[in-house]
Every structure is written in structure tokens, then in C-alpha cells.
Design a protein around this ligand. Structure first.
Ligand code: NIG
Ligand code: FE
Length: 420
């Protein structure tokens, strides 16, 4: 009898996404199995099949009864700024009294505020904060998470922050994907010189294998399309994979730079002209949409979801967790995606699993429930995929399996209602 480390069985509805990333997720093509089971060994999924079959076939020390509920791949958060110190609740209040994000940034608040707080923190404190946040994400079903730098400003310190992200990655069962982010230029001084020293940081990050991705915030108040191009080119030459923040605040052509540069993911796109979707499709770029960021920005614009769909651009969704948008869960981003972006329930689920994995270059590693993939799975307090977004506002992850281990078990509520 073959041996497994863990079997999850009696899954009422298992969404596997075994067909891979797609611009048109639908219930017909999502690879839904009924009454299914998943066997794990050595941190990976080794088999997926009918409960009866898997139960008869495997011996395993640990069995989880999913109680006929819904299970999906572990969530992949494809866009976070989780390495930061300090907070900005006063700016939150100021925004509600009429101040804009750009005004706050221009007067040295916003990202610059967080840079100050982050630079004042010790390495140990930053590591502690990041780990706490990663574990909170795990509770919400996030088993793969991209984490960006971007609050060091000084390029050499950005590289050191990458090493904190790497260290945290070794201390959690999640797969952590480190990204070097060129976030904002210094408020004073020579921009050209700053770009040159950032290029040196890119080379250093690649040489020390600290970053997988390079990202640049191309927008008003951040980097111009020309500066972004120069940095992306340097990162490409150094062997880093590319992603981008584009067309969030003001349209300056940044999404076209993303298409030209052949990035894996171009994120935000709230003000992207709809016609740019064809260029993204041609360049096989994933669109990373960030619905909770739209809320936190109190922004009226929406990314052109219909045009992205029609052009065949796969849509991913991320939390964009940062001090301006204090939403650590990809689950929350998924929950609000239908309401803010008009994604269907299946599009929203694909956006935080299979398509999010593709946006991180992990299409063969995570985002699906299939043999050989990372041993990540979430059993939800729901029986149908539509209930993940139809009813929302609370954490529905009942069991979380990360790298083949049960890390969250039915444990939160210890008082159950009693029916008389
Ligand atoms: O993705 N747009 C730029 N960066 C972040 C915000 C970071 C911050 O405000 O600290 C974002 O929304
Ligand atoms: Fe961001």
C-alpha cells in the first residue's frame, strides 16, 4: 500500500484548476471534482481522486475529513508590501477629510513616512513584523506570497531588506517570493545618480540571489516611463524576472512599457486606456488587479476589466497589503473582487490561485490541485465556490494545508451554538 503523509478526504467540491492559468475561468473548465480526496507526501500533492479510491489505496498517519465542504488550491498573494514598520492611521483620517494620496506623498507623507519608520527599525524588528504578518496571511489561506521591498529608499539598504524577506521565507511554511521594488525617488537630490545607484543594487540583488523579481512604481510622483525602462532593462540583463506597478494614479504610458518589457505581471491599471489590453495580451502579460487598494485610495476609476477579458489577458488579484491599505489577506481581495471589479465568483477564485501563480512565474509549482504541485490546499467553511464571494466579510478558511502540513485546523471557535 503506498504511503502518504496526509490525506484530505470527503471534499464535497474540489476546484483543481488542473487545466492551468486562463483568461476565461469558468465552472466548466475549472476542473471541479465531487467527493474527492487529496494525498500529500514530501510537501507535495501526490494524488487527487475519488474519496473511496484514495482511502482504499493509501496508508497515512494523518487524515482530515473535509465534511463534504469546498476545497481549493492554497491562495497565492501576488502583490504585497508586507515589509514595513509604522502606520498611517492619521493619513487615513486626512484622506477622508479631503486630502489626496498624491498630495500627501508630495509633502513627504505616505510612502516617505513609512520609509522613515522602516529605516528607524532594526533588522530583528522588521523580521518580527513580517513574520507576524505572514502567519496572519496563513490563517486566511495564503500559502504563497510575494513580498516587495520599497521602504528603504537607499538602494543598498533595499538589498538588505531583501535578505530579511529571504530569512522570513525560511521561517514559514509558505513559499515567499522576494521582489526588489524601485518605489519612489528621493525627494531631493540628483535623480539620475539615484537611478544609477539603484542599478547597482539590482546587480547586487541578482548576484546574491536575493530577489526573484524586480518591480518599479511607474506613475506620477514615482518613476517616469523612461526611468522605469532603464531600470527594467538593467534588471532583465541581471537575470531578474520583471513585474510592474502601472497606470494607478495618472496615465503616462506605463502599461505600454510593461508590454514592451515583457513583464510577467503588470499591476493596478485603474487608469489604463482600454485599448492597451491588446498589447498586454500580445506580450502574454498577466494583469494584477488590486481591489482593496482601490478602496483604500478612495478611487473612482476602475481597471478596464471587460477589455482585458475580451483581449484574453489573464487576470490575477492580490492584496496590495501596505500601510495605506491594511488588508493582509488575498482572501479579502478575492471576496471584494466581484463587487469592485465585477469579476465572476470563478474569475475571482482563479485570480487568487492559478492566475496569481502564473503572474509569479509559478505556473508549474502552485495554484492548482494536481500531482507534483506544492502541497497547498484550503478547506473552506462553504460548500460551493460561489459562497466564497456571495457571503463575505469573514475568514472562511477552516483548514489550511501548506507544503503538505496542516497549519490551520478547525480551531477558532470553541463555543458552539446549541439547538434546544
Ligand atoms: O501599490 N502604488 C504604490 N505603492 C503602493 C502603496 C504603497 C504605500 O502607500 O505605502 C501600492 O498601492
Ligand atoms: Fe503595490
Amino acid at each position: 500500500m503506498p504511503r502518504a503523509d496526509l490525506v484530505v478526504y470527503n471534499i464535497g467540491e474540489l476546484v483543481t484548476f488542473r487545466g492551468g492559468p486562463t483568461p476565461r475561468p469558468s465552472p466548466e473548465t475549472a476542473g471541479i471534482l465531487r467527493n474527492a480526496a487529496v494525498a500529500f507526501r514530501g510537501g507535495r500533492i501526490i494524488e487527487v481522486g475519488p474519496t473511496g479510491w484514495i482511502r482504499a489505496r493509501y496508508s497515512a498517519p494523518e487524515w482530515v475529513d473535509a465534511g463534504s465542504r469546498l476545497a481549493t488550491p492554497g491562495l497565492v498573494d501576488m502583490h504585497t508590501h508586507a515589509l514595513f514598520a509604522g502606520s498611517r492611521e492619521d493619513e487615513f483620517e486626512a484622506k477622508l477629510m479631503g486630502a489626496s494620496y498624491s498630495e500627501i506623498l508630495a509633502r513627504g507623507g505616505g510612502i516617505y513616512r513609512t520609509i522613515e519608520a522602516t529605516r528607524r527599525s532594526s533588522r530583528r524588528e522588521l523580521l518580527r513584523l513580517l513574520l507576524e504578518r505572514l502567519y496572519r496571511m496563513l490563517e486566511g489561506g495564503t500559502t504563497v506570497v510575494e513580498v516587495k521591498t520599497g521602504y528603504a529608499l537607499e538602494p543598498r539598504l533595499e538589498v538588505e531588506h531583501l535578505s530579511i524577506i529571504r530569512e522570513a521565507g525560511g521561517l514559514t511554511p509558505q513559499l515567499v517570493v522576494p521582489t526588489l521594488l524601485a518605489h519612489v525617488p528621493p525627494r531631493e537630490g540628483d535623480r539620475g545618480a539615484y537611478i544609477e545607484s539603484f542599478k547597482a543594487a539590482i546587480r547586487e540583488a541578482a548576484r546574491r540571489r536575493l530577489a526573484v523579481y524586480f518591480d518599479v512604481f511607474c506613475d506620477r510622483g514615482a518613476f517616469t516611463p523612461e526611468e522605469s525602462k532603464a531600470l527594467l532593462l538593467e534588471a532583465h540583463r541581471a537575470g531578474l524576472r520583471l513585474r510592474m506597478h502601472a497606470d494607478q494614479l495618472e496615465y503616462m504610458g506605463c502599461s505600454l512599457v510593461a508590454a514592451e518589457a515583457g513583464v510577467d505581471s503588470v499591476d493596478h491599471l485603474e487608469v489604463m486606456p482600454p485599448e492597451n489590453a491588446t498589447a498586454l495580451a500580445k506580450a502574454r502579460v498577466v494583469a494584477g488587479l488590486l481591489p482593496t487598494s482601490i478602496l483604500a485610495m478612495m478611487q473612482a476609476e476602475r481597471p478596464p476589466v471587460d477589455s482585458l477579458r475580451r483581449a484574453g489577458v489573464p487576470i490575477a488579484v492580490g492584496s496590495d497589503y501596505n500601510p495605506n491599505n491594511m488588508t493582509p489577506l488575498a482572501q479579502t481581495a478575492m471576496q471584494v473582487a466581484p463587487y469592485i471589479l465585477k469579476l465572476t465568483p470563478m474569475e475571482a477564485l482563479a485570480a487568487v490561485t492559478v492566475n496569481a501563480a502564473a503572474s509569479l512565474g509559478l505556473e508549474g509549482v502552485s495554484g492548482r490541485v494536481a500531482p507534483g504541485f506544492r502541497g497547498d490546499l484550503v478547506v473552506w467553511d462553504a460548500e460551493d465556490y460561489r459562497w466564497l464571494t456571495y457571503e463575505w466579510g469573514w475568514n472562511k478558511a477552516l483548514y489550511v494545508i501548506a507544503a503538505g502540513r496542516v497549519v490551520v485546523s478547525e480551531s477558532r471557535l470553541i463555543v458552539k451554538p446549541v439547538l434546544m
